[in-house]
Design a protein. Structure first.
Length: 118
């Protein structure tokens, strides 16, 4: 089992920045990828970004490319999502997820709220 805890959410004005953190514990040696997803009210959960735990290889949703940066510090077992130039449409609950393989996001955090005011 991998246990994930997100932090860093909050209220920010449009154009501002936030950095989300995801602290992992448990079987962290089994992690292959860490990712971020988000879910806005009335919408389905959507992929935001992912990174291989080795640090090589990142992926981003088109809607966040150039604004968000995913990273990880394997020594601290922590992943990050730096969010710049935030827009009101980025408002959502952001979830951290971890995968032991390529296809399945097996572990999820409890989520952290990000609200961007116009």
């Amino acid at each position: 089992q991998v246990h994930l805890v997100e932090s860093g959410g909050g209220l920010v004005q449009a154009g501002g920045s936030l950095r989300l953190s995801c602290a992992a514990s448990g079987r962290t040696f089994s992690m292959y990828r860490m990712g971020w997803f988000r879910q806005a009210p009335g919408k389905e959960r959507e992929f935001v970004a992912s990174v291989r735990w080795s640090g090589v290889g990142t992926n981003y949703a088109d809607s966040v490319k150039g604004r968000f940066t995913i990273s990880r510090d394997s020594a601290k077992n922590t992943g990050y999502l730096q969010m710049n130039s935030l827009k009101p449409e980025d408002t959502a609950v952001y979830y951290c997820a971890a995968a032991e393989g390529v296809a399945v996001w097996a572990y999820w955090g409890q989520g952290t709220q990000v609200t961007v005011s116009s």
